[in-house]
Design a protein around this ligand. Structure first.
Ligand code: TXA
Ligand code: MG
Length: 344
């Protein structure tokens, strides 16, 4: 199959993509977080294609994307007051809410759960595509299952080229990590996956919000989220500790050890880049830990860059777990196979 790449800002191209959706095909499109792989959420056959293209297990439910709050009717049984407040403040935007579902959404979308995840993306191409299609779009991130999420067209092409008919190009995505998944069917609401909207921002609107504790580290787990996720081909080692000097010394010792047996890359904030000069390694700049939004924006493409340079190991540093830093930490932790190397 040939994968056609079309500019997302042309109404003609949006119409073509919407036609494919109607025919039960799947189309990759940009959102503000990462690229999604969209299918008509009411069409079982189309949903099946999404799971097959991604190699995704059926136990991992999909997020349903809407372009207008009116589309909620028919998808969800009720809209709790907490959801209303959050939708008003954060939609369109990187917040996914879990509702009780109606029968219109097939069980294959929700992995058999009685709930459905819904969000309204803050991206004109995505909103136009959904509106033109006239149906909610079920869309996971447009990467092969387990791989880092795609934040630009080349990432989608690397993973799904030849497997899907069309990619709408909207340039690099703005947020860079996926939406926050929040369960509002319980009280207080529970974060199942940290993402583009921080816990602090949610709490400023609805008061206390909990983090589901599926694992050590207090990191949340969504259904279907595996221990190893967002992973590069290289083995990723996540270093963590309060004493910066000890942390860097330990990382450098590990770099020396590993360069004897393979090619090493480091993914570090610019604050510590100079510490790795003169070593025979690939260095990727993570941005500054004083600007975590920027770190999030380029996180997945930095990881993919290192993979493309053929490294066997990637050593990286844990960011502060505040604001969007919690989502960055979560992605690195999962990419490292749910392990850290603690130094103190
Ligand atoms: O930013 C995003 O959310 C991107 C863009 C494309 O919208 N989408 C995305 O989808 O990240 P995906 O499939 O990679 O991740 C969906 C997450 C999974 O962690 C899944 O477990 C959770 O949403 N989820 C979906 N339905 C759920 C449900 N009914 N209950 C709990 N979690 C659910
Ligand atoms: Mg994903």
């Amino acid at each position: 199959m040939q994968t056609v790449i079309l500019k997302g800002n042309s109404p003609d191209n949006i119409c073509q993509a919407a036609r494919l959706i109607h025919e039960g095909e799947i189309v990759a499109f940009p959102t503000e977080t990462v690229y999604g792989l969209g299918a008509d959420a009411t069409n079982e056959q189309a949903i099946k294609k999404v799971f097959i293209a991604k190699g995704r297990p059926a136990s991992d439910p999909l997020i349903v994307h809407i372009s207008d709050v009116k589309m909620l009717k028919g998808i969800v049984k009720e809209v709790p007051e907490v959801a209303r407040l959050l939708m008003e403040k954060f939609w369109p935007g990187p917040l996914t809410l879990i509702f009780k579902k109606t029968d219109r959404i097939p069980g294959s979308v929700t992995a058999g759960l009685s709930t459905v995840a819904v969000r309204m993306p803050d991206n004109a191409v995505a909103l136009n595509l959904i509106a033109e299609s006239g149906v909610p779009l079920a869309a996971p991130s447009a990467n092969m299952f387990g791989r880092p999420s795609p934040t630009q067209v080349s990432h989608v092409l690397d993973d799904l080229g030849g497997k899907i008919k069309m990619i709408l190009n909207g340039g690099p995505t703005e947020v860079g990590v996926e939406s926050t998944v929040l369960d509002i069917t319980c009280s207080p609401p529970v974060i199942l996956r940290p993402g583009g909207i921080s816990r602090e921002s949610l709490e400023s609107i609805v008061g206390a919000v909990e983090i589901s504790r599926g694992k050590d580290k207090g990191l949340p787990i969504s259904p279907g989220l595996m221990k190893q996720h967002y992973a590069p081909k290289a083995r990723l080692l996540l270093f963590e500790g309060r004493n910066r000097d000890k942390l860097l010394a330990s990382m450098k010792a590990k770099v020396r050890e590993l360069t004897r047996i393979g090619k090493v890359g480091v993914l570090v904030p610019e604050e510590v880049r100079a510490d790795f000069k003169g070593l025979d390694i690939e260095i990727e700049n993570l941005g500054s830990f004083n600007d975590l939004e920027r770190v999030a924006r380029s996180l997945f493409s930095r990881i993919r860059n290192l993979d493309n340079r053929g490294v066997d190991y990637i050593l990286t540093l844990a960011p502060p777990r505040e604001g969007i830093g919690l989502a960055i930490y979560d992605r690195l932790y999962k990419a490292a196979g749910s392990r850290t190397i603690e130094v103190d």
